[in-house]
Design a protein around this ligand. Structure first.
Ligand SMILES: [Fe+2]
Ligand SMILES: [Fe+2]
Ligand SMILES: [Fe+2]
Length: 299
């Protein structure tokens, strides 16, 4: 096959692969309402990747030699696309649960990077080099994001609860900052209130107000943590902020659906709230607390 044509057909395969990933994540967004924002964001990026690959195709069609196709194994790309299509069928059915969906996504994104999909191209132009670097890095980012969602709740056991299903704040959760500790205690209490109100059959409007307060307090709390992390030059600041953003996205989405009557305050959602807050405080917040203990705070 002539070089130019070969190049174009490889790019075609890549474009299809990115589009299939976008479709898979869109299917997950429909299936798993708690993670809807997250999957929608992933799908948007994959659609963008498809457009980026398509721009390479335009260049290739003009006869610009973009890469050395000798090193690209088209069977690998086709096999990966076929796997994504299989997952899409499973994802549409009840057989796939939330943790499975997250695990599959992580596996796809990391195997893309590991198989060297974007580095086996030997880019011959600056533009091609830049595009490939971007696709590679963003796939890496995706794998990391999915891991974070998995870590932040699903793979962890339920939060330790008191009798009555209450989330308990103990000294072991302290981040060595009395203001932030107070905020954590307050947030735990709001979640417990929510569980109690639901058990006592409180009206929807009452529950709605508590959820709104919880979101407002979370938002304010995340702002306080931002200040502390910035003041101490905490190196994982961006990753930590992303966890906060994903949480707010998920919970705001729930609030919208709940106020529109499309969603119930289910056991699943309460369990998610307890798990998220417990593990985020015990693990992620602990990281900045340890960092500050070691490195001090500038301000
Ligand atoms: Fe991608
Ligand atoms: Fe926190
Ligand atoms: Fe935090």
């Amino acid at each position: 096959m002539p070089l130019k044509q070969n190049q174009e057909s490889i790019l075609d395969l890549y474009q299809t692969q990115e589009l299939r990933m976008a479709e898979l994540y869109t299917a997950f967004a429909r299936r798993f309402s708690m993670d809807r924002e997250f999957w929608q964001r992933m799908a948007r990026e994959e659609r963008l990747h498809a457009r980026i690959v398509s721009s390479l195709k335009t260049a290739a069609a003009k006869g610009v030699l973009l890469f050395d196709p000798g090193r690209v194994d088209t069977h690998d790309i086709a096999a990966m696309t076929a796997r994504i299509e299989t997952l899409m069928h499973q994802g549409a059915q009840e057989v796939m649960d939330r943790v499975m969906a997250l695990s599959h996504a992580m596996e796809i994104e990391s195997s893309l990077v590991e198989s060297g999909v974007f580095t086996q191209f030997k880019a011959l132009t600056d533009k091609a080099r830049e595009v490939l670097r971007r696709l590679n890095n963003e796939s890496l980012d995706h794998a990391a994001w999915v891991r974070r969602v998995l870590d932040s709740d699903a793979t962890f056991p339920d939060a330790p609860l008191q009798a009555g299903g209450h989330l308990i704040w103990t000294e072991s959760l302290s981040v060595n900052d009395s203001r932030l500790d107070d905020q954590h205690r307050l947030l735990f209490a709001l979640i417990n209130d929510l569980a109690d109100l639901r058990l006592s059959g409180a009206p929807r409007e009452t529950l709605l107000k508590v959820v709104q307060r919880m979101i407002a307090f979370s938002d304010a709390h995340f702002g306080s943590e931002d200040d502390v992390m910035i003041a101490s030059d905490f190196p994982r600041f961006d990753a930590h902020r992303l966890e906060h953003q994903l949480f707010l996205g998920q919970i705001r989405r729930f609030l919208n659906d709940y106020s529109a009557g499309r969603e119930q305050l289910s056991d699943e959602i309460l369990a998610f709230l307890k798990r998220w807050w417990f593990h985020h405080t015990a693990q992620s917040d602990r990281q900045y607390a340890l960092w500050i203990l070691e490195h001090g705070r500038q301000a």
